[in-house]
Design a protein around this ligand. Structure first.
Ligand code: NAP
Length: 190
């Protein structure tokens, strides 16, 4: 299969599409033929050599993906070949196929394209589980998002505004992404 390989720690130029060995699944995993993957801050840290993948994880970047299940481990009953899914990965999303434990696989929500679903498992699940499930942010409350321009921040703002929450954010500056100190805004538009 083909995968995006970090040839040496560095900038985007160190990423190369290469032919690599096919991924094998164990009995608790499914094999996903990747439709789309996403770019998170952690991927850029991994590319720079500052965020090594956990032991046993794929050496290729990519912490989430969407795609179609093409093989199922013998202990897996929830998923079947042909299911369209998205998944949280410990790595390996930047490849044609990725092996993932069945418990990290999610259905694609109705109304969301398979491609768009690749961006849900990391950011959407992090924001939803921490802000809305654990902290129970509710309509009429006020919510402060530090780093409002981040992937996490922009998603949190949109969902919170949609839920009728008043949102404030901090950002590095009005224009740059290299802050010396934070500035503070109220988000008026969704
Ligand atoms: N992405 C995920 O899926 C995920 C999952 C779990 C946890 N997290 C955590 O969530 C945080 C954000 O991650 P991300 O991937 O969304 O990051 P990101 O998209 O790379 O954005 C990081 C942002 O932080 C802002 N920032 C830096 N210094 C700041 C300061 N002094 N004041 C205010 N804003 C500042 C920068 O905004 P400016 O443009 O204003 O400079 C930058 O855009 C990280 O702590 C990450 O570990 C992320």
């Amino acid at each position: 299969m083909k995968a995006v390989v970090i040839t040496t720690p560095g900038g985007p130029e160190v990423l190369q599409l290469q032919e690599v060995e096919d991924t094998q699944i164990n009995e608790d995993e499914v094999l996903i033929k990747v439709e789309a993957t996403a770019l998170n801050r952690a991927d850029t840290f991994q590319r720079q050599g500052k965020y090594p993948p956990p032991k046993g994880a794929s050496p290729y970047p990519g912490l989430e993906c969407s795609g179609t299940i093409v093989a199922v481990g013998k202990n897996v009953s929830r998923w079947k070949i042909g299911d369209q899914v998205c998944a949280l990965l410990s790595g390996g999303g930047y490849a044609e196929k990725v092996a993932v434990p069945a418990g990290q696989v999610l259905p694609v929500p109705q109304g969301v394209s398979l491609k768009d679903a690749a961006a849900l498992p990391e950011v959407a699940c992090t924001v939803w589980s921490t802000v809305f499930m654990m902290s129970r942010l509710s309509a009429g409350e006020t919510f402060m998002v530090h780093g409002g321009s981040s992937g996490i921040g922009t998603f949190a703002i949109q969902i919170a505004k949609h839920q009728g929450v008043k949102v404030f954010v901090t950002a590095g500056s009005a224009h740059t992404s290299h802050p010396a100190s934070s500035v503070f805004y109220e988000v008026m538009l969704c």
